[in-house]
Design a protein around this ligand. Structure first.
Ligand SMILES: [Zn+2]
Length: 440
């Protein structure tokens, strides 16, 4: 139990009272109060005194967890073109305390990411640095910017070493479009950078670019070649992708090497995005693969109004009219916000993931993935007071994936309030699905 000091004499800035506290890092699951003072967690105990508290939040019937960490965000706004979203709209205004940008900034643009995104944002923003000199401009649509010649190992290692406060890993890709052009040369250079700099590599699976004319790529052969390059702590992303070259073959069987990788400590991140397929998710979960973390993978092509049309137009311009597999305006997301980190959590519940593991995916496991477990992802006394208060609703709900397939659920989550450094934030982001959003 945290908060063993004399709680009866304590005064708090905020007391969150009577919620079901789930704090996987401290193996806590039960009805407790959370006291916050001076921007840090001051006590977690039953029946904290509230008489002196500046604010008491009634969390009866709600879930109270460490501040949520979205392990896959795209918030290099104005630099990544329409792909990059506003960090606070994805973050604290959507009930998310910490965002991990996946591959937006590069060694060339990291200083701008620090000055224009990390420093002004109320949301805590960290990144997996891009392997490529260009970074994730416009969502990597100009394929010629992303070959092995467009990588500088030494400069990228130097940038990671010089910025340990904001760079927590390296972003790379292993997908058929890349493979048809350069084999695994990109991933090999990524691993060289990451091993030299001592950070994990986050690897995107699932078709991103059209396969080069005249080539064919066997997605399972790609998996067989790339998995041995993964080290303990590296991350395989998009296990539920509806695009070829995920974890499953055409018959829906998970490749045995996936289990071998898990046994070696390779982590798995959902990376929901427009990849998510209910059918594939069921195949992968039924095979016994439980992802460690849950990134929402929101970006300007799958969430903001008109984003899908912009993505198709941009991809067609950049790739001589050719689109990635399955890319059409209806399949990459409609014009209204369709999902969020909370929505992705609701989908995991509907697929049978249990609530304590789901909370670990978005708190303690996410912190471990980023090697931030000493500072984030827990409600231990003395930690920064990032707290999420979630509303778990029951009813009959229908959820829809990027293929148009639906599933029903009796539960869903939505943000109620979030504390960021002790400041209470309301879920008012226009990026949230309407029923998750609080009227401003
Ligand atoms: Zn992404």
């Amino acid at each position: 139990m945290s908060g063993q000091q004399d709680a009866s004499a304590a005064t708090f800035d905020v007391v969150i009272r009577g919620g079901r506290v789930i704090d996987p890092a401290n193996r806590l699951d039960g009805r407790f109060d959370v006291g916050v003072k001076d921007g840090v967690i001051a006590a977690v105990a039953a029946d904290l005194p509230t008489a002196q508290a500046a604010r008491v939040i009634d969390a009866a019937g709600k879930l109270v967890t460490p501040g949520l960490i979205d392990t896959h965000a795209h918030v290099f706004q104005h630099i990544a073109g329409p792909f990059g979203l506003n960090p606070d709209e994805v973050g604290v205004q959507s009930g998310v305390a910490t965002l991990i940008d996946q591959g937006g900034p590069s060694c060339l643009t990291l200083d701008g990411f620090r000055k224009f995104i990390v420093e002004p944002a109320k949301t805590r923003v960290r990144c997996f640095l891009s392997t490529y000199l260009a970074g994730g401009l416009y969502g990597h649509i100009h394929s010629s910017l992303y070959g092995p010649e467009q990588i500088n190992v030494d400069a990228t290692v130097r940038a990671i070493r010089a910025n340990p406060d904001i760079v927590v890993g390296l972003k790379s890709h292993a997908e058929p479009g890349h493979y048809s052009r350069w084999g695994l040369a990109v991933l090999e250079k990524s691993k060289e950078i990451a091993r030299e700099a001592g950070v994990p590599t986050y690897v995107h699976l699932g078709t991103l670019w059209p396969v080069l004319d005249g080539r064919t790529v066997d997605p399972q052969a790609l998996l067989v070649e790339m998995i041995p390059l993964m080290d303990e702590g590296d991350i395989l992303a998009h296990p539920f992708t509806r695009h070829p070259s995920g974890f499953t073959d055409e018959a829906g069987q998970v490749h045995p090497l996936v289990f071998e990788a898990m046994a070696r400590g390779v982590m798995i991140d959902v990376g929901r995005g427009n990849h998510f397929s209910i059918k594939v998710a069921r195949q992968v979960l039924d095979a016994g693969v439980m992802p460690d973390t849950l990134g929402a993978d929101l970006h300007g092509y799958n969430i903001s109004r008109g984003g899908a049309r912009r993505a198709v137009a941009a991809f067609a311009t950049a790739n001589d009219g050719k689109l990635q597999t399955g890319m059409d305006p209806t399949a990459v997301g409609g014009d209204d916000p369709a999902f969020s980190l909370y929505y992705a959590m609701s989908e995991m519940l509907a697929l049978g993931v249990d609530l304590p593991h789901l909370v670990a995916m978005t708190t303690s496991n996410a912190a471990r993935m980023c090697r931030l477990g000493d500072t984030l992802g827990s409600l231990a006394v003395g930690r920064a007071s990032d707290v999420a208060i979630l509303d778990l609703q029951t009813g009959d709900f229908t959820m829809r994936d990027g293929c148009g397939e639906t599933m029903t659920s009796t539960q869903r989550l939505r943000p109620h309030l979030a504390l960021q450094g002790g400041v209470v934030m309301e879920p008012v982001s226009e990026l949230l699905p309407a029923w998750e959003r609080r009227a401003a």
